[in-house]
Design a binder for this molecule. Sequence first.
Ligand SMILES: Cc1ncc(COP(=O)(O)O)c(C=O)c1O
Length: 400
Amino acid sequence: MNNIKSVKFNRKIGKKASLDFLNKEIASKAREFHKSFNQYKETPLTTLGNLADEIGVSNIFVKDESHRFNLNAFKVLGCSYAIGNYMADKIGVHIDELSYEKMISDDVKAKTGDITFVTATDGNHGRGVAWTANKLNQKSVVYMPKGSAQNRLDNIKAEGSEATITEMNYDEAVGYANEIAEKNDWVLIQDTAWEGYNEIPTWIMQGYTTMALETYEQLGDTKPTHIFIQAGVGSLAASIQGFFASVYGEHRPITTIVEPNKADCIYKTAKKNDGEIHFVTGDMDTIMAGLACGEPNPIAWNVLKDYSDNFISTPDYLSAKGVRVLANPLKDDKKIISGESGSIGIGLLVEIMQKDELKWLKDELKLDKNSKVLFFNTEGDTDQENYKKILWDGEYSRIS
Ligand SMILES: Cc1ncc(COP(=O)(O)O)c(C=O)c1O
């Protein structure tokens, strides 16, 4: 059975969550900060016209974050902006006055003294934290969940970080990083929020809006009819959703939040619709490692519940299908290297458009020949072993 589950969230009538913290003005500030980095270059927005023809939609756009700062994923946008804000507060200046050059200067280091940044990560966020700490000549400590890929660990260690793969799942590793931070007076840079821990995750979400603003400008006069955005804790999805809902208002694209079956905490929260946030526990052994999170970020859920249209829980084989589709372009479409957490939206769209038994979902999402669909390829081949297994050996090609 193909285990694709979808729910529309029946929201209560009333005041919607404010999008002031994710609007165009905030995104412009975040982008100005990122632009001051030597490594900054807008990532490409690739159009896959032949794939669109093949599956029967008008056009497909993929924002390709595999090119971000040579780090193969979008994540550095969030943690660099959070660390920038933290440093600005610490030395008593406004973030607008803190360029990359200034932030990494000896002068700033002399003012802040030694800092240890700590986090828990499936890989991409931790690499971003380690990279930023390294540039600041500061220390980083990174905890990874059980089963994390060696390749991802090596990349974090290469930034001088003290990184380890633990025996915990992602959410347990987050709790552990928090405890250690409190005990040692380290600075926790975590990409999710909880009671009493909101400021840093909010800055992280604001950092991601750089990607949304670039995409909006790259689209020019074209307005997408649909956005598919994948979620772990939901911070990324809420940043994208919040930004596009704030620029397009009531005429925003139909937005679908996509998660793996094995870690579908946002889908479950939407389905139960009882005013509570619902968790997934256990190993969450999905190939979409970046999405293997069981506890939604409450700040993100607050945005998603008011502005997203559908929540979909998907099996792993669709992520592998997305990897293969993007790696094997049709005619003169461009090849995109997409890792398992980056490819799920495309894998899902192709399946919906091509399988008769999914016509119900195609209708529910109002997908047809006029649809212009936007995706975010949030990572490249960050686990190179698995990437090869998918492409060369056809692993995860069957419904599981
Ligand atoms: C490649 C990739 N895509 C998407 C996500 C999901 O982001 P979030 O946890 O904010 O939902 C992550 C999170 O680590 C990721 O690494």
